[in-house]
Design a protein around this ligand. Structure first.
Ligand code: DQA
Length: 158
């Protein structure tokens, strides 16, 4: 039987505060709610997800490094590290993990310092602006991409 796809879901700094953190921007959904809904999406897709959160950049870098061989892909909301962290960018590039960047808010519609993502250039794509649903759609998009790649359906980009 075919091995089930395994996806690591990483959340960065301050995302443990979801539910009470700036609800006008991020809504009232908690991180536990998001993780439960991702488990449900994973069941529907027949895949395995593992969710972790840390406020520490080095911990996130360690988890990405350790994910090689253990996971097939990465869904990541790096929080504010999105805009600053070359170490996270290098970890994704260095491992070669297929990654989807997600954000609850539409970072391009917010303050200019949020417009640049250090991670975007090493991710397959990004889902941002759909609140908690960004995670579920990001997961589905990444799984679709991994399956398409496996079957050679991705067109070669020049
Ligand atoms: C965020 C957007 C970031 O700019 C911010 O620092 C966060 C949350 C989002 O999910 O919308 O912590 O990643």
């Amino acid at each position: 039987m075919r091995k089930r796809i395994r996806i690591l879901v990483l959340n960065g700094p301050n995302l443990q505060l979801l539910g009470t953190r700036e609800p006008d921007v991020y809504g009232r959904v908690t991180l536990a709610d998001i993780e439960a809904s991702l488990q449900q999406t994973a069941n529907e897709l027949g895949i395995i997800v593992e969710c972790r959160q840390s406020n520490h950049e080095g911990q996130l870098v360690d988890w990405i490094g350790e994910a090689v061989g253990a996971f097939d892909g990465l869904v990541i909301n790096a929080g504010a590290y999105t805009h600053t962290s070359l170490a996270l960018r290098d970890a994704i590039a260095g491992t070669g993990l297929s990654a989807c960047e997600v954000h609850l808010s539409n970072i391009m519609a917010r303050e200019t310092f949020r417009h640049e993502s250090r991670l975007a250039g090493v991710c397959v794509g990004m889902v941002a602006g759909f609140g908690a649903a960004s995670y579920s759609w990001g997961l589905q998009a990444l799984v679709h991409w991994l399956k398409s790649r496996e079957y050679g359906e991705i067109l070669k980009q020049s």
